[in-house]
Every structure is written in C-alpha cells, then in structure tokens.
Design a protein around this ligand. Structure first.
Ligand code: NAD
Ligand code: UD1
Length: 332
C-alpha cells in the first residue's frame, strides 16, 4: 500500500512517516520546507532504515501533484501540509486562507482526477471553540475564534460536502488535541526557530537556557490550580492514530470525525512541575496576565477513536516531558 503524505517533514508528519514505514507502508512525501528542514528526510530514513520517495514542492502546485500521482500508484493520502500559527493567522489571514484552503482544494481535485478517494485530514480541537462542557465529544457544536481555526472548519465542511456529492470517498477527519513530545531516538521533534507560542516548546527553551523565564498566562481560571488545562498527547501516540485511521479508511467508505487526545487534562503548572521532576532541571516561571482568547480547560472524550479505529493513547505526561527535552538536548 502506498500512502502520499503532504507536509511529511513537519512535526507530526515526520513522526507519522516513521510509523507508516515501521508498519510496512510505502510512502511518498511532499513538503516545501516552509516550516521544516530537509535533514528530516535523512532522520526518518535513519530511524526506520527504510527508503522513500520525496518531492520538494508546494501542494498548491497542481502540475506537480499530477506528476506525483502519475509517477506513483497512490492508495491513500494523509494531508498535514498547512500553516498552523494562531497569532500569525490573525495578522496575516489571507496567507492562511490561501495556503490551507488552496492546498486542500488542489489536492482533492487531483485525487478525484486519479480516482484516489481515501483521505486522512489533520483537523484540530480548535474547531470546538469554547466547549459547552467537558470532556469534548465529536458531536459538540463547532465554531472558531481565529483564521487558522476557520481554515480547519472550512476544510472539514468542504470534505463533508465532497462526501455528500460522491459516496465513494472514505475520509477520516482527525481532531488533534495538544501534541507534544518527540521520537525517543531524539532525531525528530519540534524545534521552532522563533520564540514559541505554545507551552511545551517554550518550557523546553527555558530549561535549555535559551529563554529566561516562562510566562504562565493567568492563574485565575476555573481549574484545580487556576492555570489553563489542556489534553496533551504524545506525538508518537498521535502518529499511531493515523496508522489506525489509514487501516480503517482503506477498508471502508464514509466520512467521520475523531478526537485524538488522551482524555486527561493537565494544567500549565502540572506540566511545568512534571517536566522539572522527570528531567531534573529548573524551569523558571512567573504568573502573568491571561492570553486573550484562551479558554479555561479543554480535554477530549476519545472513546470514539477507541471504539471505531481501535486506537488509544498509551504514553503519559512523564514520557512527553522526557522525550521533548531529550530531543532538544540532542539538537542544541
Ligand atoms: P508543521 O508546520 O510542523 O508541519 C506542516 C508541514 O507542512 C511543514 O513541514 C511545512 O513546511 C509544510 N507545508 C505547509 N504548507 C505547505 C504547502 N503548501 N506545500 C507543501 N508543504 C507545506 O505542523 P504540524 O504541527 O506537524 O501540524 C501538521 C498539521 O496538523 C497541520 O495541518 C496543523 O494545522 C495540524 N494541527 C497541528 C497541531 C499542533 O499542535 N501541532 C494541532 C492541531 C492540528
Ligand atoms: C493552541 C492554539 C490552538 C491549537 C493548539 C495546538 C492558541 C490561542 N490556540 O492552543 O488553536 O490547536 O495550540 O497547537 O494559540 N501557556 C502559558 N504560557 C505560554 C504558552 C502557553 O501559560 O508561554 C498556556 C496557555 O495559556 C494554555 C496552555 O499553556 O493554557 C497551552 O497553550 P498552547 O500550548 O499555546 O496550546 P492551546 O492554547 O491549547
């Protein structure tokens, strides 16, 4: 079976390429390196001791996609490629709508032309907006608060419309909660060049003395210690969810949405304290104002993915903290 992976050198894509190769799939990968580096290709090969075909280019490039589908007999696609920074999407909405929507439409049109109708799409828990209750189930109301989130919700709607028009499609929409951690080899992981927006990359840089102090955004939330609660999931567990989703769509038709989370909520301070303990390192922090737009708490009911896809996250918060730091130490 041959799987086409868009955005395959990115954070989640690279880990999923490793698990696809480990599971015996052939992969064909595209990335334009807008948010990743070419050396990731060699790292994936080193971890798996397997080879694969890579195309450098843009998923919005229709001619390139046609060439890839002509040269390779693709059975299914996992579509990771897209921009993901919430703050930047507010200041540069057109950049986000253009890239995220255009790449998806170009991909879907090409898949249609080549009669390849099996797709796994990277959505996000951001499509739940401010959830009415917890844990979050897939049938909760959907809404968004920023252009990034809106691109995810629009793409979900496009996929649902596509399926209504043609029941031959088989589509799994995966709504990720908060992926953190890294492959245990320390060869691949998340290492943003700029000052990170997300919590774990920031903690790691403070521990590594690249940044001085973590700002904890608010301690007056309605949570057990007042700091924001999220459902952190190890990126390797998340990647294994994609393998289960691929197995499922290869043998079925339809469209469905799945939460990929652990079902456990941890606060900012839970994460900071666990990180310090398992890595025996100090992370300086101070309490600051709330970040606009943040919600008190967000965690998944992940039972649907378990029942239908046969997937459940296995790794704990300690593994996530240890592996995130191991990656950064090895890639100083
Ligand atoms: P990432 O930025 O590390 O990976 C995305 C990859 O896609 C990058 O390598 C980038 O170079 C590439 N890319 C972007 N636009 C492209 C284009 N037009 N053509 C070719 N390549 C392109 O992000 P990630 O964390 O691995 O996320 C993967 C997907 O999962 C994204 O769609 C993201 O929105 C979604 N997601 C991520 C998170 C998260 O916290 N990381 C949470 C929910 C959803
Ligand atoms: C963010 C995105 C969301 C995306 C998700 C996963 C925003 C507003 N939302 O969500 O769309 O799907 O990442 O990529 O960016 N925190 C601090 N200090 C920091 C950074 C974060 O205290 O320096 C706190 C936040 O207030 C929050 C928690 O840590 O309570 C997690 O933050 P973050 O990692 O940015 O993820 P989300 O806010 O869940």
């Amino acid at each position: 079976m041959k799987i086409f992976v868009t955005g395959g050198t990115g954070y989640i894509g690279s880990h999923t390429c490793v698990e696809l190769l480990n599971a015996g799939y052939e992969i064909v990968v595209i990335d334009n390196f807008s948010n990743s580096k070419p050396e990731v290709i060699e790292k994936i090969k080193e971890i798996t001791e397997k080879d694969f075909k890579f195309y450098e280019g843009d998923v919005c490039d229709k001619e390139l996609l046609k060439k890839i589908f002509t040269e390779n007999n693709i059975d299914a696609v996992i579509h990771f490629a897209g921009y993901k920074a919430v703050g930047e999407s507010v200041s540069k909405p057109l950049k986000y709508y253009r890239n995220n929507i255009d790449s998806t439409l170009t991909l879907l049109e090409t898949m249609n032309e080549f009669n390849c109708k099996k797709l796994v799409f990277s959505s996000s828990a951001t499509v739940y907006g401010k959830p009415k209750s917890l844990p979050i189930k897939e049938d909760f109301d959907l809404s968004t608060t920023n252009p990034y989130g809106s691109t995810k919700l629009m793409i979900e709607d496009i996929l649902r419309d596509l399926y209504i028009s043609d029941n031959e499609w088989s589509i799994a929409i995966l709504r990720y909660f908060n992926p953190i951690g890294a492959h245990k080899s320390g060869l691949i992981g998340e290492n943003p060049n700029d000052i990170p927006n997300n919590l774990m990359p920031y903690i790691v840089k403070v521990a590594n003395k690249e940044l001085e102090c973590l700002n904890v955004f608010g301690n007056d939330y309605d949570t057990h210690d007042g700091t924001g609660v999220r459902d952190y999931i190890h990126v390797v567990d998340l990647s294994l969810g994609h393998i289960k989703a691929i197995e499922y769509i290869l043998n079925s038709k339809g469209i469905d949405e799945y939460n990929l989370g652990t079902g456990n909520g941890y606060s900012v301070l839970d994460l900071v304290k666990t990180f310090m303990k398992v890595n025996d390192v100090e992370v300086k922090y101070k309490i600051t104002d709330r970040r606009p737009g943040d919600i008190d708490a967000c965690y998944a009911d992940a039972s649907k993915a378990q029942e239908i896809l046969g997937w459940k996250a296995k790794l704990g918060i300690e593994d996530m903290c240890r592996d995130a730091y191991n990656f950064i130490k090895k890639n100083k």
